[in-house]
Design a protein around this ligand. Structure first.
Ligand code: PGA
Length: 253
């Protein structure tokens, strides 16, 4: 059984005080949610404040970071290492978000190094993959996603891969209000699972949680979650308000 995941990516929004306010409101609104894993990924500057207030008796709410460097330490001005994240009680880390791939020139080689390093430090990567509108219109979705999955997970063992989370985020659906239809999202997610089955085994592929991301809202989450292969959502804009984030986490209520 794959436990559903609702992850909030707060991007470069919220000061530490605003993040604590949002987080505590969210915790209050989801008290009865126990069968969904809720992951909150604030900016680095708010991680410490959230790690202090996070309720220890809520094992289904965890902290995630939005990025990390692959080295443990070194002369990398402006970067944050996996050891520093672990030190703050972080359990998950988003790797390879399309904004990092496109705006900060992250290559699959860098993403692969980050995935290996995160796993070595017992951080669970949330690997993001997805195609541009142009690539989708040319019919290249599967080849783009295949390239990303094979390069990014190239050297990851079956045991490690079964722990990680993949988020399929079509770039044309991020922050645009244009969601992939549940069927289209499910089709690509199924394809990703078939790739994992070829690379590892069908048992491993069945264990990996694959989320959808891109304009997920309280109004479309139930349809997305009703699909066979969608195990949850990576939510940007709608995770910045406690009510909408909570309504997404409570889609089945
Ligand atoms: P969005 O962002 O929900 O605002 O489209 C999703 C993401 O970038 O992870």
């Amino acid at each position: 059984m794959r436990v559903p995941v609702i992850a909030g990516n707060w991007k470069m929004y919220k000061t530490a005080a605003q993040a604590v306010f949002l987080f505590q409101k969210l915790e209050d609104l989801v008290t009865e949610v126990t069968d969904v894993e809720i992951i909150v990924c604030p900016p680095f500057t708010a991680l410490r404040s959230l790690s202090v207030v996070i309720e220890q008796d809520r094992p289904n709410i965890a902290l995630g970071a939005q990025n990390m460097h692959w080295e443990d330490e070194g002369a990398y001005t402006g970067e944050i290492s996996p050891i520093m994240l672990k030190d703050l009680g972080v359990k998950y880390v988003i790797v390879g978000h399309s904004e990092r791939r496109m705006l900060f020139s992250e290559s699959d080689e860098m993403i692969s190094a980050k995935i290996k390093s995160a796993l070595a430090h017992d951080l669970i990567p949330i690997l993001c993959v997805g195609e541009t509108l142009e690539q989708r219109e040319k019919g290249d979705t599967e080849s783009v996603v295949k390239n990303q999955v094979t390069l990014d997970l190239g050297e990851v063992s079956a045991e490690d891969v079964s722990k990680l989370i993949i988020a399929y985020e079509p770039i044309w659906a991020i922050g645009t209000g244009r969601t992939a239809t549940p069927e289209v999202a499910n089709e690509t997610i199924k394809y990703i699972r078939s790739l994992l089955s070829d690379m590892y085994s069908s048992k491993t592929a069945q264990a990996v949680r694959i989320l959808y991301g891109g304009s997920v809202k309280p109004t479309n989450i139930a349809d997305l979650m009703s699909q066979s292969d969608i195990d949850g959502a990576l939510v940007g804009g709608a995770s910045l308000e406690p009510e909408s984030f909570a309504r997404i986490a409570k889609w089945s209520a």
